[in-house]
Design a protein around this ligand. Structure first.
Ligand code: NAD
Length: 702
């Protein structure tokens, strides 16, 4: 069993310690075991109350998502029954033997959290009578379910709304906001924060203090904080929340709407009926293909990739000493994330001043962290001390991995490679240049690899690892172990123009610009993208990236492709705008107008009021990305569809509700996708053979 039970000083201590994993996660068996132990404590006359805690440094990470996937296989009835079972267990904890008529009796049950408590790992404490957390600054407390396309369905939604009111609960439920123990206490999520060494003693002390344990919603005369839906104040909350949720999700995330419905409908009925309503909405969300696709991509497969699903057999390649050449925007970011993960970094630029500026960037990031209370002065000093800025290439001696992030110029890169290549692995952060070509400057092409970070490095979690034709297994293992050290998510792809992510995102941007050229209303283009769940419309995206970079890439692509270049119509809009100095957000002018860095509206100089139907615009914007992903797979650039889906969402924000382009294709069916593309004009919508085959045979990608 994954729980132990001991009676100490008249208090039963139930300790959760999952043997097979480093973090506790809940399963149906776990619930049954917990239920049995709670019943044992409640019925033992020598026990005055129960402490529920964990034998690990954290309390629990949530539900075992593989269990959810299994439940789903059994269909809606299995899910509903399973969820109602969980409600039963938690309700027995909450009622704790209290006489429902007199509200007398019962035994106090307290949750004592040593560290992180997420998802169901926080829903269980919410059913207890008190939540005490250790003052552990690394701990995160909250309900992140919404980020996986589901919502707290083990009573978390119903309890939190009844505890704090809909308005106050909204950021924790609808945004999945996580808090440190201190912040959780301040917000009213938990009751007490104590020094870690006092946690158990304090929990027992509370149990023995004969506290009042009847939950407000089980007591007579309970009033919903902030007002129930038909109360004047509550009414405003729900009307506002509904508008806000629709505004933020554009209606494409079923979970947010279901959550709100569960909260609203639940607020109109008694507590136990509210739990039933919550269970029904949860079932409906779990049955929606979007939630399974999101869980599969953003949790199961993302974690598998992080744990090295595609790592070649090789001894541990953890980086001891990292060299970074080029202390510009990217190099400085790479130096920072590595130093922050405990790696010694030598940061080289052409001059000592430039290298120092790179280190100053890290200092800036740390200062921001300090302002937000996330970084201590000691931590800042520690991280900065790990970065040695210099103009002296000799300092790279002993680096087992070197990443260059100098100008995007093959000549400069070749020169740097020759100068710096040592005994270790040499990597380039190029975003456009073929790795196999760049590797020609290296003595050991098998030790040369692409490690492509996205900007801003501190925030973007995807790292694209690119194998040149001669790149060896050790280099791949090194890159993967490095990415794991800095806690980012890797995908491994083969060498080709623009690798994977940029290959798909550039056509999306171009399709938007192309439509501007066709006279389509720019607002329609942008909104069509957002209504499909793209975080940014193509025009806003190119403004963020800069039109200057767009022009550079277009020119280089045209030079490489010659007559086959397909994007002159895009350049006809892009180039004149760049020439006018409308270079995007940084320049304060692009497809949008800006004032003091704030985006105002679309630039009035853009012409076009043609309004093709919304669906056609959406199909063009989405299919142009999806087909490119299929071609990448067909060409062998991608070798694993899991990487294609994870990379799409993390790398360029491909509509997360879909679970990624391959999941989306499976959801709609290859035949329907092919039919849509056949109805669109232009070679870029020609259906790749791989998709055509699947359409004919009815096969899926997963
Ligand atoms: P940047 O211009 O900000 O920085 C380049 C740095 O390299 C400068 O500090 C420059 O002084 C230094 N440098 C140039 N020649 C050097 C040499 N011979 N020795 C040492 N240092 C030298 O550029 P960036 O945006 O950081 O891009 C760097 C690389 O990363 C490029 O290959 C780019 O394609 C790639 N990249 C950029 C982005 C992005 O969004 N900017 C994203 C992914 C990859």
């Amino acid at each position: 069993m994954d729980f132990s039970y001991a009676v100490e000083d008249g208090v039963a201590v139930i300790t959760w310690d999952l043997q097979a994993k480093s973090m506790n996660v809940m399963s149906m068996q776990g619930f049954a075991d917990l239920d049995g132990l709670v019943a044992r404590g409640l019925s033992d006359p020598d026990v005055k109350g129960i402490v529920l805690t964990s034998g690990k440094k954290d309390f629990a990470g949530g539900m075992d998502l593989n269990v959810l996937a299994k439940m789903k296989e059994g269909g809606a009835e299995t899910i509903f029954a399973g969820v109602m079972d969980m409600h039963g267990v938690l309700r027995r904890i909450e009622r704790a033997g209290i006489d429902p008529k007199t509200l007398k009796g019962g035994k106090p049950i307290v949750a004592a959290l040593p560290g992180t408590a997420l998802g169901i790992g926080f829903e269980i404490p919410l059913a207890c009578h008190r939540i005490i957390a250790a003052d552990n600054p690394k701990a995160k407390i909250g309900l992140p379910e919404i980020l996986l396309g589901i919502f707290p369905g083990a009573g978390g939604t119903t309890r939190l709304v009844r505890k704090m009111g809909a308005m106050m609960a909204a950021p924790f439920l609808l945004e999945g906001k996580l808090s440190s123990p201190k912040d959780a206490k301040a917000a009213g999520l938990i009751d007490e924060v104590v020094p870690p060494e006092d946690l158990l003693a304090r929990a027992k002390e509370w149990v023995l203090s004969e506290p009042d344990i009847v939950k407000p919603w089980d007591a007579k005369g309970y009033k919903m904080p902030g007002g129930a839906p038909y109360h004047p104040a509550g009414f405003m909350t729900y009307v506002g929340a509904s508008a806000m949720v629709n505004g933020k999700t554009q209606g494409v995330y079923p979970a947010a709407k279901a959550l709100l419905s569960a909260a609203y409908e639940g607020a109109l009925v008694p507590f136990d009926t509210a739990l039933k309503i919550e269970a029904r909405w949860f079932t409906s969300v779990l049955m929606n293909p979007s939630s399974s696709a999101m869980i599969r991509t953003l949790f199961i497969n993302k974690e598998a990739l992080e744990k090295g699903a595609n790592r070649p057999e090789a001894p541990d390649q953890k980086v001891q000493r990292l060299g970074v050449i080029g202390a510009g925007m990217m190099g400085a970011g790479i130096a920072y994330v590595a130093a922050n993960a405990g790696i010694e970094v030598v940061l080289v630029d052409s001059t000592a001043e430039a290298a120092e500026r790179g280190r100053a960037h890290a200092e800036g990031v740390l200062d921001k962290g300090m302002k937000r209370g996330k970084v201590t002065a000691d931590k800042k000093a520690e991280v900065l001390a790990r970065i040695t800025p210099t103009a002296d290439y000799a300092a790279l001696e002993g680096c087992d991995l070197i990443v260059e992030a100098v100008f995007e110029d093959p000549k400069v890169k070749a020169e740097v490679t020759k100068k710096a290549e040592g005994a270790g692995i040499f990597a380039t952060n190029t975003s456009t240049l073929p790795i196999t070509e760049l590797a020609k400057a290296a003595n050991n092409a098998d030790r040369y690899i692409g490690i492509h970070f996205f900007s801003p490095v501190e925030k973007m979690n995807l790292v694209e690892i690119i194998k040149g034709r001669q790149t060896g297994d050790i280099a791949v293992a090194k890159a993967l172990d490095f990415v794991r050290q800095i806690r980012k998510t890797p995908i491994v792809v083969n060498d080709a123009r623009f690798f994977y992510a940029n290959r798909c995102i550039i056509p999306y941007i171009n399709e938007g610009i192309r439509m501007v050229g066709e006279g389509v209303s720019p607002a329609l283009i942008e909104n069509a993208a957002k209504l499909m769940g793209m975080p940014l419309g193509p025009l806003q995206l190119v403004d963020e990236i800069s039109l200057e970079l767009g022009v550079k890439i277009a020119k280089a692509t045209k030079a490489a492709m010659g007559d086959a270049y397909p994007d002159d119509a895009v350049d006809a809009i892009l180039f004149p705008m760049a020439e006018k100095g409308r270079l995007g957000k940084k320049a304060g002018a692009g497809f949008y107008d800006y004032a003091d860095g704030k985006r105002l509206g679309l630039w009035s100089g853009l012409e076009g009021d043609a309004r093709p139907d919304l669906e056609t615009v959406q199909h063009r914007l989405m299919m142009v990305q999806v087909l490119e992903a299929v071609r990448a797979l067909q060409d062998g650039v991608l070798t694993d569809i899991r990487e294609g889906d994870v990379g799409a969402i993390l790398g360029w924000g491909f509509a997360p509700w879909t679970g990624g382009p391959f999941s989306w294709l499976d959801m709609m069916g290859a035949a329907r996708a092919a039919e849509i593309c056949d109805g669109l004009e232009g070679d870029r919508f020609a259906v790749p053979a791989l998709l055509r085959e699947k359409a004919a045979s009815g096969a899926t990608f997963y």
